[in-house]
Design a protein around this ligand. Structure first.
Ligand code: ADP
Length: 214
């Protein structure tokens, strides 16, 4: 669990870092607060592992608790820095065209765009498999018949964190999210900026693990 420190808790940490061991009384004095006001903050900081308390000596700085270093860097990753190129087909494409594109581009999900280039739908590999089963006329079937269409598409923005995008993949049990921006002329229409897939998340995960620990 990530605990977000308040401004006051950050100041307490700084004081203890600079001047510890230091008593609760002394910290309170420095902040012009009463010892009682400070008590909840001190117990949060102690329980979450930032501070160590020794009776009659005072508070010591114990360091950022383990795990929070990882989650801090994790929550800094932004979709825009990790997104991949979206692979698209036109609304006029057939299921056959979509299957060929899926293989040629080596992806698991295609986005369908309308004539203006806005997002119209999503087709996954299972959508295509399902349509192909027992169906010989794949050239004659439009991809728009089988796609999941707007407005039922889960999307993410370029400014979102990768963590939020990953949570959407898990929550909605999908492999891929289009990265979109609302059109300036019609806010219900989405321009496609990229895609975030489970592979994107796996790559970021590996990159995080290789980061030198500081
Ligand atoms: P697969 O179907 O190959 O397992 P997904 O799990 O991504 O791949 O897709 C499951 C279903 O959800 C498919 O019918 C697909 O059209 C739809 N889908 C995929 N991505 C999205 C999305 N971003 N928003 C809404 N529906 C989606």
């Amino acid at each position: 669990m990530v605990i977000e420190l308040t401004k006051r808790q950050e100041r307490i940490l700084q004081i203890v870092k600079d001047e510890g061991p230091i008593t609760g009384e002394q910290i309170a004095e420095k902040l012009n607060l009463t010892r009682a006001t400070l008590r909840p903050d001190l117990s949060i900081l102690t329980m979450s592992g930032y501070l160590d308390a020794r009776p009659r000596v005072g508070y010591f700085y114990a360091g950022r608790p383990g795990g929070s270093v990882i989650s801090e860097s994790l929550h800094k990753l932004i979709v825009n820095d990790y997104k991949a190129v979206p692979i698209v087909v036109q609304e006029s494409a057939s299921v056959y065209d979509a299957v060929v594109t899926l293989f040629l581009e080596d992806v698991g999900t295609l986005f369908v765009v309308n004539q203006k280039g806005y997002l119209a739908g999503v087709v996954s590999r299972k959508d295509l498999l399902r349509a192909s089963l027992g169906n010989k006329a794949l050239e004659d079937m439009l991809v728009t018949i089988i796609m999941t269409r707007m407005p039922n598409i889960m999307t993410c923005s370029a400014e979102e964190t990768l963590f939020e995008a990953a949570k959407k993949l898990i929550t909605y049990q999908i492999d891929s999210l289009p990265v979109v921006k609302a059109s300036e002329t019609d806010s219900r229409q989405y321009e496609l900026l990229g895609r975030v897939t489970k592979t994107t998340i796996a790559k970021a995960f590996v990159e995080l693990g290789q980061e030198p620990q500081v």
